[in-house]
Design a protein around this ligand. Structure first.
Ligand code: NAP
Length: 281
């Protein structure tokens, strides 16, 4: 496993296991157990995914010491603000069955994120959160958080895949010493991702799949990846990406696939912000 140093002196595995859209307890627990068996030690969950209990149960059942894992969870928008965040942190720790999480992210850049951050800073000082970060923050929102608070985010988890490579965000985050983490590394299969001819042709040269090429492309740029799967073969396949390297020509071809547009939605779209606000009521 390759580890990426975070700006607070800790480090994070470059490859983890995402559990979004696995709300069923048993399916999630079984998937995490399969991932642990395959070698994953980093798990990305969120209070909004409603599966923190299943993730915690799988980690416990694995028998592997807690310290060997890197657990990320996220603060949902309904819990933004100082006091709500204090409670949400305790709830997540209880559900996960752990006294600390390795990385705690503000899930969405809306509402009282500064109040949330103050509560997160206190929990960090208390040893309950080992690193703090954000998700879905554009550079302006990241800078606003940096200049108005004490602890700088260590990670920003944003939509990133071959069709939306976030080159400007990547450069900004690198200059600020913040790790770029990708969500939806396969674009959730959108845009015929898994049959992309460029990725297929590159994969054929190394006996690797489209999925493996896409992960490798980001790993080589020090972007953390957290692919999700409930299928044991695909879970293993997604972990088997450390025995080949892309050439400069491969990288150039993949860089040309970038459309610089989200395949989901813009976090700056007023209608989207309004839609998110309905989830708080
Ligand atoms: P993704 O990882 O891009 O794609 C998952 C889809 O790809 C599933 O349908 C999965 O199906 C399929 N798949 C997985 N491996 C495959 C392979 N090797 N070959 C073919 N198909 C494969 O999408 P995601 O789950 O949205 O993103 C990954 C993680 O990022 C999430 O689980 C979550 O932890 C995080 N995330 C965060 C945010 C945020 O706002 N912060 C948003 C979205 C996601 P099977 O399960 O059937 O294999």
């Amino acid at each position: 496993m390759k580890y990426i140093p975070l700006n607070n002196g800790t480090e994070m595995p470059v490859l983890g296991f995402g559990v979004y859209q696995i709300p069923d307890h048993d399916t999630c627990k079984e998937s995490v157990l399969k991932a642990i068996k395959a070698g994953y030690r980093s798990i990305d969950t969120a209070s909004a995914y409603q599966n923190e209990v299943a993730v915690g149960a799988a980690i416990k059942e694995s028998g592997i010491p807690r310290e060997e894992f890197f657990i990320t969870t996220k603060l949902w928008i309904a819990d933004n603000g100082y006091e709500n965040t204090q409670k949400a942190i305790e709830t997540s720790l209880t559900k996960l069955g752990t006294s600390y999480v390795d990385l705690y992210l503000i899930h969405q850049p809306y509402g009282d994120v500064h109040g949330s951050w103050r509560a997160m800073e206190e929990a960090y000082e208390a040893g309950k959160l080992k690193a703090l970060g954000v998700s879905n923050f554009h550079p302006d929102r990241v800078m606003d958080l940096i200049v108005n608070n004490t602890i700088k985010p260590a990670v920003n988890q944003i939509e990133t895949h071959v069709f939306y490579q976030r080159k400007e965000d990547h450069q900004f985050l690198k200059e600020e010493d913040i790790v770029h983490e990708s969500w939806a590394p396969y674009a959730e299969g959108k845009n015929d991702f898994f049959t992309n001819e460029v990725l297929q042709a590159i994969g054929n040269k190394y006996q690797k799949s489209v999925a493996q090429v896409a992960l490798r492309f980001m790993i080589e740029k020090n972007i953390v990846v957290i692919p999700k799967s409930v299928n044991e073969d695909r879970i293993k396949e997604n972990f088997d990406v450390f025995d080949f390297e892309l050439s400069a020509d491969d990288i150039q071809q993949i860089e040309a696939l970038d459309t610089n547009k989200s395949l989901f939605f813009s976090h700056r779209d007023p209608e989207i912000i309004k839609w998110f606000s309905t989830m708080i009521e």
